[in-house]
Write a protein of this length. Structure first.
Ligand code: TYM
Length: 332
């Protein structure tokens, strides 16, 4: 059976981009794939985290998965550090990954900024750990937002390099699944930059836990331009904020941008924004409420993660044993 692996970092501020670019798509895919959904705490540690926040954020991502509709009985939900195979395989893969491949990673360049020499080794090796996440389960498909495309190409290259080096076909080459109308949700304050957890402005993003009033306020304050919406998608060119809001609407309504413009083309933002805000509240409101409900029951969340890590470990241990044989590691 085809297997899906994907993950979210527990770094707080889960937002509409995480939902529309990733989590929402997983909900639909769980029917047709064997699914492993991870909370990638080791990846979060590539930048400084406070321990209490890391723990709380890990539970929050788990709650978001479940509240969004991922069934923990059908899918494996767990936190990465609970399965030691991730770090172990990352080492094996790191040994065959040329530095030149890592030097091309744009996300490292963005996150390390101008002080590259001060960036941690973990941040540099981030994409190797990500390849290990996927390959540890021999996942065939990886549903993510567009910003992860380069990392996935690297994961495929690493899988291919390993298979060639050891003359095996052990790893499938994982396929990215970049789905829906909002594969790259942009900031509500600037349509040229990605909506992100680390943007200092709360008004740049809609969080999955925002209440109705907050969502309405953020949509109302979202940057726009003075023109009415165009009748055709072509008319969104060079109008990044308008393009972003139309894509968000289309994704939330599970329709196309064409259909949204057929309804709102020629109308002003004063008409479109309240409609968008109502739609966002209708879609996100129940998820946010369910998240806070779930988060009141730590035992429940921890139990789901514990069970998930046992199931994940079972697959991981089996694959690691095979990998030890392939690589030539003695298991006395
Ligand atoms: P992270 O935590 O940054 O993001 C989680 C998921 O949300 C998507 N996403 C977006 N999609 C659309 N618009 C946006 N503005 C937006 N921002 C984030 C991301 O593409 C991602 O799918 N490296 C990954 C975590 C990871 C992973 C993996 C993913 C670690 N190992 C293995 C897949 C497979 C990341 O940073 O996600």
């Amino acid at each position: 059976m085809n297997r899906i692996f994907s993950g979210v970092q527990p770094t707080g501020n889960l937002h509409l981009g995480n939902y529309l670019g990733a989590i929402r798509n997983w909900v639909a895919l769980q029917r047709d794939y064997d699914c492993v959904f991870c909370i990638v705490d080791l990846h979060a540690l590539t930048l400084p985290q406070r321990r209490d926040e890391l723990r709380a954020n890990t539970r929050e991502v788990a709650a978001a998965y479940i509240a969004a509709g991922i069934d923990p009985d059908r899918c494996i939900i767990f936190n990465q550090a609970a399965v030691s195979g991730h770090s172990e395989l990352a080492w094996l893969l790191g040994c065959i990954t040329p530095l030149g491949w890592l030097n091309r990673m744009t996300q490292f360049k963005e996150k390390a900024g101008r002080h590259r020499d001060n960036a941690g080794l973990g941040l540099y090796a981030y994409p190797v750990l990500m390849a290990a996440d996927i390959l540890l389960y021999k996942a065939t498909h990886v549903p993510v937002g567009e910003d992860q495309k380069q990392h996935l190409e690297l994961a495929r290259d690493i899988a291919g390099a390993f298979n060639r080096q050891y003359e095996t076909e052990f790893f499938p080459l994982p396929e990215p699944q970049i789905l829906g109308e909002a594969t790259r949700v942009m900031s509500l304050r600037d349509g040229r930059v990605k909506m992100s957890k680390s943007d200092p402005s709360e008004y740049s993003r809609i969080n999955m836990t925002d209440d109705a009033d907050t969502i309405a306020l953020k949509v109302r304050k979202a940057k726009t331009d003075p023109d009415p919406l165009p009748h055709e998608v072509k008319g969104l060119e060079n109008r990044p904020e308008a393009a972003n809001l139309v894509s968000i609407y289309a994704a939330l309504a599970e329709t196309s941008r064409e259909a949204v413009l057929a309804e709102f083309g020629g109308k002003m933002f004063s008409i479109f924004k309240p409609a968008l805000s109502d739609l966002a509240v209708a879609r996100l409101g129940p998820i946010g409420q369910e998240m806070s409900h779930l988060l009141k029951d730590r035992g429940l969340i921890d139990g789901i993660l514990h069970k998930g890590s046992e199931r994940a470990n079972e697959i991981a241990r089996h694959h690691m044993a095979e990998l030890h044989d392939i690589v030539g590691i003695l298991r006395p």
